[in-house]
Design a protein around this ligand. Structure first.
Ligand code: PLP
Length: 467
């Protein structure tokens, strides 16, 4: 090959990776935008565009030559970003909002910049150490033994699935070792108000969910779980208690469910994706009595622990059980699987892993635990304050007393169409993002509060708009 022929393709092949004036300008431009966005105090709520609008405004964005960074970034800033709702906006009160600390968001850039591989100790020991320090702190907060451990995974859905897979593996091994037959169908026992990800995990695992009905309070109690344990006996993989339901923020009566361990041998999993963060605040800690007996639990830092999407802390009482269930074996992985070091990938259903616990580590290490307790506490107090405000208005009715930071209420006399109309107007006016929800077939309105910058005045303004 002549020199000329070789030079041009290789210059093109390294153009994206070489350190040149072009790539330096791109990095500067992107970091400048990121800095502006992270520190912006007036990013609007924004709202979705239709596919047709986006097609018209953005058009075809991919070509053989590329459009250049300046145009691509301008397209993102002026068209694509404004068509994404600002989930960290203080008036974003639907689903579960996000409320990352500035430190966590900024550090998320570093997780990318350092190209850390978070799956193995060999490749990412320092990152794994820091993540495990956070997990050890959480385990201590929840009363788990010092030997507890786990991994940060993508989200609560993957966390619940990974925990239940470990629980099934364990149940299967116990039955086998005791020479007892494997049940025809495995089951998981959970509240009828458990999160949809439990049903999703069961579907993936091809097992059944026994949905135990709950009373008016929405709380699952041990007394209701006992008959299901008796009925399904050997087939039970785990009992799932919810530590803060997504719809209502209701915490199951974990203590009475955990106490059943004295009568029955079962795996207790706590789904605390949204609510378990509240156990860090003295205002809510007593509601979580019994979690110290959990065999596994999850809590999502991207919900109420102030980190950007996406991150779930998954903890096991005995991580060795999870390691046996999840370690992937392959020749190219021998150097990892034959070591005794702590490899996060061995504890969940994913292999390649972003060190997605690091933004929480940085923010928590920076500000300390008390800042977290305080920031969580203000949302709990705000939920109770707005509940009193709702109770005092004759055109509104609380559906349930809030326990954590979700408040669900009805506008007396409104049809589903009235709620939809009101909700659309709130977003059109860029006032707030509150989508209608429902309970027992009745439409309602729901505030999910995790942002310490949301104020009582903000919420009262929304209540006033329903008059
Ligand atoms: C949000 C949530 C989940 C699912 O978590 P993702 O991170 O969205 O996958 C599971 N359980 C509960 C109680 C939740 O609130």
């Amino acid at each position: 090959m002549s020199r000329d022929l070789a030079a041009s393709p290789s210059a093109s092949a390294t153009r994206m990776h070489a350190i040149t004036d072009e790539t330096t300008a791109i990095v500067d431009m992107v970091l400048e935008y990121a800095r502006r966005r992270i520190l912006s105090d007036d990013t609007p709520l924004d709202k979705p565009f239709t596919p047709a609008e986006l097609r018209r405004l953005a058009g075809r964005t991919i070509s053989e030559e590329g459009m250049g960074a300046r145009r691509a970034l301008a397209l993102f800033e002026n068209v694509l970003a404004p068509s994404c709702i600002t989930t960290e906006h203080p008036q974003y009160l639907s689903f579960i909002p996000s409320a990352p600390s500035k430190a966590a968001t900024a550090f998320d850039l570093i997780v990318s910049a350092t190209a850390v591989y978070g799956g193995s100790w060999l490749e990412g020991s320092g990152a794994v150490y820091a993540e495990n320090d956070v997990l050890a702190w959480l385990a201590h907060e929840f009363g788990l033994p010092e030997t507890a451990g786990g991994v940060f995974v993508q989200g609560g859905t993957i966390g619940n699935l990974s925990a239940l897979v470990a629980a099934r593996d364990h149940a299967d091994r116990l039955r086998r070792e005791a020479g007892r037959p494997r049940p025809e169908r495995w089951v998981v026992i959970a509240s009828a108000e458990a999160h949809s990800s439990i049903a999703s995990a069961a579907k993936v695992m091809d097992i059944d969910v026994v949905a135990v009905p709950v009373g008016e309070s929405g709380m699952l109690h041990g007394d209701a779980v006992r008959p299901a344990l008796v009925e399904h006996g050997e087939a039970v993989i785990a009992v799932v208690a919810t530590g803060g339901s997504t719809n209502f923020g209701i915490v199951d009566d974990i203590a009475s469910i955990a106490a059943l361990k004295d009568e029955h041998d079962f795996w207790l999993h706590i789904d605390g994706a949204y609510g378990l963060a509240a156990a860090l605040s003295a205002l809510a800690r007593p509601r979580f009595a019994g979690i110290e007996r959990a065999d596994s639990l999850i809590v999502d830092p991207h919900k109420w622990l102030f980190t950007p999407f996406d991150s779930c802390a998954l903890l096991y009482r005995d991580p060795e059980i999870a390691r046996l269930a999840h370690t992937q074996h392959a020749e190219y992985l021998d150097a990892l699987t034959e070591s005794t070091e702590y490899n996060p990938s061995d504890y969940s259903v994913q292999l390649t892993r972003r060190a997605r616990g690091l933004p929480l580590w940085f923010s928590l290490a920076t500000f300390g635990a008390q800042a977290y307790r305080d920031a969580i506490g203000v949302s709990i107090e705000l939920a109770h304050a707005v509940a009193s405000e709702i109770a005092a208005r004759d055109y509104l009715a609380l559906v349930r007393e809030p326990q954590l930071s979700v408040v669900v209420f009805e506008r007396v006399g409104w049809s589903p169409g009235d709620y939809a109309h009101w909700s659309n107007r709130l977003l059109d006016d860029q006032h707030a993002f509150v989508v209608p929800s429902s309970h027992a077939g009745r439409t309602n309105a729901r505030f999910a509060i995790v942002n310490p910058r949301t104020t009582l005045d903000d919420l009262i303004g929304i209540l006033d708009s329903m008059q």
